[in-house]
Design a protein around this ligand. Structure first.
Ligand code: SAM
Length: 279
């Protein structure tokens, strides 16, 4: 995570995919099998109190922590591409919207969208609703724990074109990730998609958490503020989505070297960008 107001950093221009995607040949797991496989991480103090810690996070940082994710525009454009003009009437749901750093730039780029946005932190949803660009006509923001609250209570079934999961799945313990996907599937149109960006294994933040002994289970860690973070391999993500009945449209891991001159350190940031289709 990058804190707004952190010391200046410069990013090298080289951004490159480092792995190729395993597209088939994964062993599929049922949701129940998936959940029980990762049940250990569920009982951990920070997993059980995840909602509490994220709510505290937004009470403390308000909308000052994450920067607006304007860089996602490229992802949206490649998705909407031919349909750029016809984004009119399209419906997007962001799960884990936080303070709105993804949805507000998205609406600025595609003003014809209708956006549902949910988060399990009431403080986050209050921030979204009090944002200067919030429009009750074009947006529906609501509190929901997507691992257990039925999204269909607030969103009509099979009405959403695109679900966005932007650094959200990593905040969920691995045993509960499959439930989120099941939930998203219910509101997605039959030909709908999930657009995702999230942390990848080997990210410098993972190395730091590992060195500090803050591991809950494999690739899953707690941070100093009590929030948790998972680091994905493409293989793990592919199995997760395929088990939940999605097809992989695109999946790639990216790496960017970032130098913080004032602290004289270089960090390797890694993230996954993926698109999944509802099969
Ligand atoms: C790293 S933040 C990303 C926020 C936002 N997507 C963005 O682009 O800035 C992860 C978000 O996921 C939310 N979250 C985590 N688990 C959730 C769950 N089970 N249901 C709904 N939201 C959840 C957290 O409250 C937090 O706002």
């Amino acid at each position: 995570m990058h804190a707004a107001g952190a010391p200046p950093i410069t990013a090298s221009t080289s951004t490159w995919p480092v792995y190729s995607a395993p597209r088939v040949d994964r062993r599929y797991l049922s949701i129940r099998a998936w959940t029980s496989l990762y049940s250990d991480s569920e009982n951990h103090h920070y997993s059980r109190r995840s909602q509490q810690y994220w709510d505290k996070f937004y009470k403390l940082h308000k909308n000052k922590f994450f920067k607006d994710r304007h860089y996602l525009e490229k992802d949206w454009r490649s998705y909407f591409d031919d349909e750029i003009e016809s984004s009119h009437g399209k419906v997007v749901l962001e799960v884990g919207c936080g303070a709105g750093n993804t949805i507000f730039p998205l609406i600025a780029t595609f003003p014809n969208l209708y956006v549902h946005a949910c988060d399990f932190s009431p403080n986050a949803i209050t921030l979204v609703k009090s944002h200067a660009n919030f429009s009750a006509e074009k947006m529906n923001a609501f509190v929901c724990d997507a691992t257990k609250d039925d999204l269909c209570v607030n969103v009509m079934p099979s009405t959403v074109d695109v679900v966005t999961l932007i650094f959200t799945l990593s905040a969920v313990s691995p045993g509960k990730m499959a439930s989120i996907l099941e939930n998203c599937k219910k509101v997605l149109k039959p030909n709908g998609h999930i657009l995702l960006r999230d942390y990848a294994v080997g990210d410098s933040a993972q190395v730091k958490l590992h060195d500090r002994d803050q591991m809950i289970s494999e690739n899953f860690y707690f941070r100093g503020d009590g929030t948790c973070s998972f680091y994905f391999s493409e293989a793990f993500m592919a199995t997760l989505f395929q088990s939940a009945g999605f097809v992989i449209v695109d999946i790639n891991t990216y790496c960017k070297e970032i130098t913080n001159h004032s602290r004289n350190i270089t960090m390797q940031r890694r993230w996954i960008r993926a698109i999944f289709g509802r099969s």
